[in-house]
Design a protein around this ligand. Structure first.
Ligand code: GLA
Length: 376
């Protein structure tokens, strides 16, 4: 049988940060950086996974399966295999050759792209007929149960459901979504701080716990509350005294962020980029001061961007503690933006940032071998 090639994109989140695991709203877009996978059928009872980036190979043997994570890049792919088998799927042997172009550790969901491309390719190869909603949930489960990061569903979902030139407004409770047109006269410019602080993973799980603590207290006072999604900013203020200060501020970020996402969707539909940009700045401020997941480098990039003409808005994107900012920049200001923000950031931190001009692309798909892109 001939090899088959698949692709799953990374993502940038325009607004709605840390709201996904609170049953709230998010607005990511799939971006023009993908993880590519070429699948060669194998008659043996195993799956070989080779990473071109790491030049390493890992073998999953069906007769002697790996059951625990190895704290290795392959955990994301193995986790998906383990979840498929746990669900009773019969997998066929294969060799997977993987090439990732999503910058690693930058908060652009290289891990979700790897999970999704693996699940998508194995499902196609083994003729499993799994619907994309189920694939998204399975990939999220792999990351929670196998890798040990209690992530929400945003990254996996948009890597499957993203569409070219569209942002995706997702209700993380019902998984209903709406595609919103991205402006044609402005670009999404992603700036990479080039740092990733140690505490990112532990702080992520800690924030989740604090949100759960908020729900525990608030649901005792407001019986309809099942998640922070169900709390309005007014209700939170009314019961402020019942919450520890830290927990209160974490909750305040979530409930105000949900309001901002819906307002941002409206602004985008009306083509009001000024309003959209203001909401991005407010989101950043809330993540910095209330949710406390920003860092000096992210704050510096946002402040630099604010001073540049043609910038509508800027904010950190992804989990935080390093990684990237997302900026909405008028098309003819992009070159100046790169120059000014690059210089300002280098002066302040000594680090040269990377810039990615992002386009929104379609979610995971099989590509014919002619279409497959060559190296970068
Ligand atoms: C990471 C997680 C997502 C989401 C973001 C924060 O990217 O994988 O589920 O929680 O952080 O918005």
């Amino acid at each position: 049988m001939a090899p088959r090639t698949f692709r799953a994109p990374g993502r940038v989140n325009l607004i709605g940060e840390h709201t996904d695991y609170n049953d709230g709203f998010v607005m990511p877009a799939a971006i023009n950086f993908s993880t590519w996978l070429t699948l060669f059928p194998l008659s043996e009872n195993r799956i070989e996974i080779y990473s071109e980036n790491f030049q390493e190979e890992v073998v999953f043997d069906f007769d002697n399966p790996q059951t625990a994570r190895a704290k290795h890049w392959s955990d994301y792919a193995i986790g998906v295999i383990v979840m498929l088998l746990q669900d009773g799927c019969k997998l066929r042997g294969a060799r997977l050759v993987i090439r990732g172009e999503v910058p690693l550790g930058a908060g652009l969901s290289s891990s979700a792209a790897l999970e999704v491309v693996t699940a998508y390719a194995l499902a196609a190869h083994s003729e499993l007929n799994i619907e994309n909603h189920e694939l998204a949930k399975l990939c999220q489960k792999a990351e929670i149960e196998f890798v040990g990061a209690r992530v929400g569903i945003m990254d996996q979902f948009v890597s499957l459901f993203g569409e070219a030139n569209k942002a995706l407004l997702l209700d993380c409770r019902s998984l209903e979504y709406k595609l919103l047109p991205l402006p044609t006269d402005a670009n999404l410019v992603v700036c990479n701080t080039m740092v990733k602080h140690e505490l990112a993973a532990s702080a992520y799980n800690e924030r989740r716990q604090q949100c759960e603590e908020g729900v525990r207290v608030l649901s005792g006072l407001l019986p309809t509350v099942k998640a922070l999604r169900d709390v309005t900013p007014d209700q939170l203020e009314t019961h402020r005294e019942r919450l520890e200060e830290d927990v209160y501020r974490r909750c305040r970020h979530i409930v105000t962020e949900n309001v901002r996402v819906l307002a941002a969707a409206e602004a985008l539909e009306q083509g009001d980029l000024g309003r959209f940009g203001e909401l991005m700045y407010e989101s950043h401020r809330s993540l910095r001061d209330d949710f406390e997941v920003s860092c000096l480098e992210l704050d510096c990039l946002v402040e630099q961007a604010r001073c540049v003409e043609g910038v509508f808005g800027a904010r950190m994107t992804g989990g935080g503690f390093g990684g990237c900012t997302v900026n909405l920049v008028a098309r003819d200001s992009v070159e100046g933006f790169k120059h000014l923000v690059g210089d300002g950031y280098k002066k302040a931190t000594g680090i040269v940032p990377e810039f990615y001009i992002c386009e929104a692309v379609n979610g995971a798909e099989e590509v014919s071998n002619e279409e497959e892109q060559g190296g970068d």
